[in-house]
Structure formats: C-alpha cells, structure tokens
Design a binder for this molecule. Structure first.
Ligand code: TRP
Length: 450
C-alpha cells in the first residue's frame, strides 16, 4: 500500500522535503524580526528551548502517527483510535486540519506573490524599465491577484507531479540553492558599514524582555508555525517515509535544519537593518521599537537596496528570490494536505484533485485580497494563533493518550530497533502525554486571557 501512494526515495530526500516545508517565510522573515524586537539573544534562547522541548515532540507525534498509518490525517487519526468516539473526533481533527492548511496557503500565496513581484522588479530595474518596476512594487489589485495566481500555478505544478517527482525532487533542488543564497547574502551584508551594530542587537540578550508571557506566546507561535505543526503537514510527510527510517533521528535533523536556517537568517536581517540605519533609512517606529513585519520587508529593505546602487539591485533580486524559494518549498507541503485527503478518501486522480483544490484556494486568496483590510489579519490570527496550537494539542493527545503506548513503540522500533533503551524513548512518551498538552494549553490560555 505504501508504495502505491508514493514514498520518499531517501533520507536526504525526506529531510530536504520536510525541512523545505519547515523553512519558509516564518524563518527568514518572522524569526529575525521577532528576535530583534523581543530581546535579541534572549528570544533566541527561549525559542531554542521551546523548539526542542515543545515543537520537536509535537513534530514526532505527527511523524510517528503518519508513518504508522501511511495515510492522510483523517484516516490516520481514525486508525490509531479504537473507540468510536475517538475515531470520530480524530477524523474531525483531520478535516479541520486540512481546512486550516488550505487557509494558511491562501494567505501565504498572497505574500509569496509579493516576493515574486519584488524579485522581478529588480530585474525590470536592471533593464531600465522603471515604470514597470514601480508597478511591480506598488500595492494594486491586478498585481496582487496576478502574482498570487502565478505562485499558485507553481505550487500546483510541483504537487501534481507527486511525492518523488514533485515534492522530493524540487525540495532537493531548491533547499541547497536556498542555503547557498542565504550564506552569500549574509557574507555580503557583513562587509557593509553598520552591520556589526545589528549583530550586537541580535546577540546581546535582554532577559527582562525574553521572559515576559507575551514573548513566550510569540515564541511558541513562531515555533509551531516554523515547524509546520498542527495541520497534518508533517503527518502526511511522515506517511511517505519508509518503514526502515529512524524517525527520532530524521525528526531531529529536520528540527535542527529549521532552527539553523532561522538563526542564520537573523545574521542577515538584523545587520541589514542597521546597515539601512547607517545609510539614513528609518528603522524605528514612532514608539521607538524596531520596524518589523511587512514594513521591514517591503519598505526598509528596498530602501536599503536603493542606497546601494547597482549592487543593491543584485542584492535585492537575490533576497526576494530567496524568499520566493523558501515560500515555494513550504506552500507545496500545505497543498499536499488537502490533496492527499481528497485522493485517498474520495478516489480522485492526483492531477484533478490538485487542480480543483488549487483553484479553490486561489479563489479564497482572491477573496481575501478583495477584502484585504478585514480578512487578511483575521485569517492569519484564526489559523496561526488559535487553530494551530489547538490542533497540535490534539495530535499530542492522540499520540500520547488515545494510541496504545506499545503500538507506538512498535512503530518507532521499525526503523530503530534499539529505541526502547534510548534517551528518546525515556523522555518522549511522558512528554507528549503531559508536558506538551499542558504547556500548549497554558500558553494558549495566556494568549486568550493574559
Ligand atoms: N513552516 C513554514 C514557514 O516557516 C510555513 C508552513 C509550511 C506551515 N507548512 C505549514 C505553517 C503548515 C503552518 C502549517 O514559513
């Protein structure tokens, strides 16, 4: 059954695909700016602790359930339950997961479309097409819809080629390219005046800020978003791993790559902001906080590139190219969630399923664009602030409580026969039963009422 539904061909292929999913706009954009405005290295420390103690165990829950079931989340959660009620709740969680994954993709495609437009704008500038370059970076409906659709078409093209020829092949090509581009950009920015000041802000810890509840909530949200948790993405990727693979190790590798790229991106974005300051670009808001989020990416950095002449055009192209790649290896993992469900549950052919769902998501994105002020922030908050932690909580409950411990062990043992005596097996089961659910709920409650 496993081979007829697609399987990653190698450990490298899986790690690239799962790390490709994890490494996205969240790492290169979200993490560095949050670190900058939340206590620098102290945020980094909190993030690292949460990533390993909370996100890694939750990631393992999804990978193990997925590999056991070799099926989409709806079937998988059903499969690990024995009582009718937990089967039904499991299927419901799976269905909500694929709706949330589709909604995440619908706002992600909008932002990714902007990245492509900014990337092309640098090219247009290079060829002296100033008006076109300006059009590409101006917030207009035709541009927004056009590039959102272009991005969706790329995502659809990769996913319709399947697990090996689509997801694995493209992740294995794009991820090394992403890493090389990122390292080149970091090295270049380090040579510019002002970079060292940014480095200080990034690396000097301010513990007063790092231990505030607001920051811990932000760090948990970041860690969950960054590891693509809670919507069944990692579960479905897990379902394509071969039974011979050592799950705790590959899960650990994916977590490590994800964190390393986020940390590396910090070495790019923070120094770049202070280079911008050095070149006369405003990087603080009226309240004295560092500019972050969309203003940083779409205003501060482009202004910095402008002060750098021809080199700025090349750097700008490279930077937005990097963002677009990061977005693409993530968006394919989002689209695979509803696609796998529809193929397996309703027997549709892959191409038909991919095109239908891709079109439905593009229509949702267009609706968000047409009601941008009201819908954009709302969809982001609904999916990432509320749905992801709650669904992540449910996956932990299924791995820790609903599924029998001996069966879980049997599954993990497949690729690592000695696992029973490992540190992983001493810690993880208790962790996913007690620590993860309690911490997720506590932080979630704090975010609602704190
Ligand atoms: N992890 C990706 C990022 O950091 C985004 C992502 C991919 C994602 N798949 C997901 C987020 C599933 C939530 C759920 O940008």
């Amino acid at each position: 059954m496993a081979s007829s539904r697609g399987e990653f061909s190698s450990r490298f292929g899986f790690v690239m695909a799962a790390a490709g999913s994890a490494v996205g706009l969240g790492n290169i954009w979200g993490f560095p700016t949050q670190a900058a405005s939340n206590g620098g290295a102290a945020f980094l420390l909190v993030y690292l602790v949460l990533a390993f103690t909370l996100a890694y165990p939750a990631l393992m829950a999804e990978l193990i359930i997925g590999r056991h079931a070799h099926a989409n989340a709806v079937n998988a959660l059903r499969m690990v339950s024995s009582a009718p009620i937990s089967r039904n709740i499991g299927a419901t969680v799976g269905i909500i997961g694929f709706i949330v994954a589709s909604l995440i993709l619908s706002f992600y495609a909008i932002v990714a479309g902007w990245m492509i437009a900014f990337c092309l704008s640098s090219l247009a500038q290079l060829f002296g097409m100033q008006d076109f370059a300006q059009w590409l970076v101006s917030f207009g409906m035709p541009r927004n819809i056009l590039f959102m659709c272009a991005f969706m078409v790329m995502t659809v093209a990769i996913i319709s080629a399947g697990v090996r020829d689509g997801i694995e092949r493209w992740s294995a090509r794009l991820m090394p390219l992403l890493l090389v581009t990122l390292v080149l950009l970091v090295l270049y920015v380090f040579t510019l005046d002002g970079a060292m000041e940014g480095l200080k802000v990034y690396l000097l810890p301010d513990f007063d800020r790092a231990l505030s509840p607001k920051l811990i909530i932000a760090a948990m949200g970041s860690a969950f978003f960054s590891l693509s948790l809670g919507v069944g993405t990692m579960l479905i990727y897990g379902s394509y791993i071969s039974d011979e693979e050592n799950l705790p190790v590959v899960g650990g590798l994916v977590t490590l790559v994800d964190i390393s790229i986020a940390v590396l991106a910090g070495f790019l974005v923070l120094p770049a902001m202070y280079v911008a300051l050095h070149n006369g670009v405003e990087i603080y808001t009226a309240t004295g906080a560092l500019i972050s989020e969309d203003t940083l990416i779409f205003t501060v950095l482009p202004e910095l590139f402008k002060t750098m002449g021809l080199a700025g055009i090349v750097v700008s192209f490279t930077f937005f190219f990097l963002m677009a790649i990061a977005a693409l290896t993530s968006s394919i993992s989002m689209l695979e969630v509803p696609v796998a469900y529809v193929i397996e549950e309703h027997g549709l052919g892959r191409k038909l399923a991919v095109c239908t769902i891709g079109a439905a998501i593009a229509v949702t994105s267009a609706t968000i664009l047409l009601n941008f002020e009201t819908l954009f922030g709302l969809v982001i908050a609904f999916t990432t602030r509320y749905s992801q932690p709650l669904l992540g909580f449910m996956f932990c409950i299924y791995a820790g409580w609903v599924w029998h411990r001996d069966k879980v062990l049997q599954e993990v043992r497949k690729g690592s026969p000695e696992v029973e005596h490992s540190l992983f097996w001493k810690i993880w089961p208790g962790y996913v039963r007690f620590v993860c659910p309690v911490i997720i709920l506590a932080i979630f409650a704090q975010s609602l009422w704190g």
